[in-house]
Write a protein that binds this ligand. Structure first.
Ligand SMILES: NC(=O)c1ccc[n+]([C@@H]2O[C@H](COP(=O)([O-])OP(=O)(O)OC[C@H]3O[C@@H](n4cnc5c(N)ncnc54)[C@H](O)[C@@H]3O)[C@@H](O)[C@H]2O)c1
Length: 271
């Protein structure tokens, strides 16, 4: 029987594929028969993820990249096209916050290092726009493809302290809507652009905000847990279903949307 959620044979390029969420979704999509191109900073980690997937019988290929380096992205694009000849899906999972762009409790916005702030906005916003500007070429040529961006819970209700990250993720949500309209109007109804908004998942980019050096919860993470009806953080595998749905034909009439996967955080008023 034809399975609408099938991703078998799709070439899926994942930036930030070496991160905690990226690595998990690469392994999942490979286990469903997709060919995964893992794009990441860290070659050692990337090769290990590639090997793990290949040893498990999946198809994966690691390429080193920097999502802020357009020349390198173009080289990645040429390499991918010469090996596969097609890109079906681009997942922009590179991103994250930096401690220097976070307003500490004893600081004000005026104390922030504007250079650190810019780096967070660059990584998240341009680190999404640049890969689209390079890899969507393969989709536009066929008038078919899926782009999936990552936003955050801080978009709908801005969170304290993480000012640059909030600004960038909000801009990505707007860009997702803008690009969905642009691609649909110019190239038709097989070009889709959506975003996923994970709630709180413990990963490298938020470890210092969520846990103390001895591994216990910070005051901030206690508040997050109280504001999450499920009363817990998410696990990376809990994003798999929504991501596979967005990559597959099962979501073929969905574009310009942000899908929230957060254990109820966004729905809860706190009362
Ligand atoms: N973890 C959460 O709770 C959460 C919540 C909402 C959104 N997100 C978003 O999900 C995405 C994945 O984050 P994660 O939690 O797995 O974080 P992570 O830190 O584990 O992974 C991020 C990855 O991006 C890579 N990266 C950083 N700069 C790069 C660059 N210039 N070029 C290429 N790669 C680069 C890092 O090497 C890392 O592998 C991010 O966009 C993040 O903002 C995470």
């Amino acid at each position: 029987m034809n399975n609408e959620f099938d991703v078998q044979g799709k070439v899926i390029v994942v930036t930030g594929g070496t991160g905690v969420l990226g690595k998990s979704l690469c392994a999942h999509l490979a286990s469903k028969g997709a060919s995964i191109v893992i794009l990441g900073f860290d070659a050692h980690r990337g090769k290990a993820i590639e090997n793990q997937i290949v040893e498990g019988g999946g198809e994966a290929w690691f390429l080193q990249t920097n999502v802020l380096d357009i020349a390198l992205l173009k080289q990645n694009y040429a390499d991918i096209m010469s090996r596969y000849g097609v890109i079906n899906v681009l997942i922009n999972a590179a991103g994250g916050n930096r401690p220097g762009a976070t307003v500490e409790p004893d600081q004000s916005f005026l104390d922030l290092d504007m250079n650190e702030l810019r780096q967070v906005i660059d990584l998240n916003l341009y680190g999404t726009m640049y890969p689209v500007s390079v890899f969507a070429k393969a989709m536009i040529e066929r008038k078919e493809g899926v782009i999936l961006n990552f936003t955050s819970a801080t978009v709908n209700r801005p969170m304290t302290r993480v000012v640059g990250y909030s600004a960038a993720k909000s801009a990505i949500q707007n860009f997702t809507q803008w690009l969905a309209v642009e691609f649909a109007q110019k190239y038709g109804d097989k070009m889709r652009v959506n975003a996923i908004s994970p709630g709180f998942f413990l990963t490298e980019q938020n470890r210092s905000l969520l846990t103390n050096s001895d591994g216990t919860w910070t005051e901030r993470s206690k508040k997050i847990l109280e504001s999450t009806p499920f009363g817990r953080l998410g696990e990376a595998k809990e994003l798999h279903g929504a991501i596979q749905w967005l990559c597959s034909d099962a979501s073929r009439f969905v574009t310009g949307q942000t899908i929230i996967v957060d254990g109820g955080f966004d729905a809860f008023s706190g009362v």
